[in-house]
Write a protein that binds this ligand. Structure first.
Ligand SMILES: C[S@@+](CC[C@H](N)C(=O)[O-])C[C@H]1O[C@@H](n2cnc3c(N)ncnc32)[C@H](O)[C@@H]1O
Length: 205
């Protein structure tokens, strides 16, 4: 499915198994405080609640209030264990196996914060997101302009920042199962603050 992108788009400088790179916990925030607050505001505005899956998660999910249930999926057990809102924790490499180990229609919202750039099979993963979302459920991807460059896909690094939201919208379109995607720049970069973009779409009813 990802083959409609140019050759090499999903290559990475470091193609070694992600388990190596993410073996050591990073109990940090990957965006500045204003952007963290911006992600929380976005989730509040979109009324993210119910049964929520935070994909490519760590010790913080940026939700301002605890949803009915929060499942976090990522690469590092220590990070996931430190997530204070999580009810369930799953260590799973989405690049090695772009499937979600959950039943159909299990979630009301699936989140992905500052991590979509690391997916080598994003269309397959988003097709899985559509599968596990309930009708009308939300897929929300947010991102800034920082990353681990050796682990981000080359296409992401080569596309200008302003065009990256359109890439994520295209991932959703190709995955299928979603209504029209909304793309917004939520925060503009300043000399001391990170930018923030968000792309979201509802599972077709
Ligand atoms: C930049 S951090 C972002 C963490 C968190 N979402 C946040 O907002 O702070 C990237 C996260 O993506 C996860 N990740 C990277 N590659 C992954 C993969 N192949 N499968 C699943 N999760 C992955 C890592 O565990 C890491 O915590």
């Amino acid at each position: 499915m990802s083959t409609s992108f140019p050759a090499g788009f999903f290559d990475r400088v470091d193609p070694s198994p992600d388990a190596h790179f993410y073996a050591a916990p990073r109990l940090v925030t990957h965006i500045d405080d204003r952007a963290v607050d911006g992600v929380g505001a976005l989730y509040e505005e979109l009324a993210v609640d119910g049964d929520v899956l935070d994909l490519m998660s760590s010790w913080v999910s940026h939700l301002r209030a605890k949803p009915r249930s929060l499942t976090v999926l990522g690469m590092n057990t220590v990070e996931l264990e430190a997530n204070p809102l999580a009810d369930a924790r799953v260590v799973h490499d989405l690049n090695a196996a772009p499937v979600l180990p959950f039943p159909d229609k299990a979630f009301d919202a699936v989140l992905n914060c500052v991590s979509v750039d690391y997916l080598v099979h994003p269309v397959e993963v988003l097709a899985e997101v559509a599968r596990v979302l309930r009708p009308g459920g939300l897929s929300v991807c947010s991102f800034s302009n920082r990353c681990f460059p050796s682990k981000a896909v080359q296409g992401w690094l080569s596309v200008p920042e302003r065009d990256r939201p359109r890439v994520v919208a295209e991932y959703h379109r190709l995955a299928g199962g979603f209504d029209e995607t909304v793309v917004e720049q939520r925060l503009v970069a300043t000399w001391r603050h990170d930018p923030l973009w968000a792309v979201w779409a509802r599972r077709q009813v």
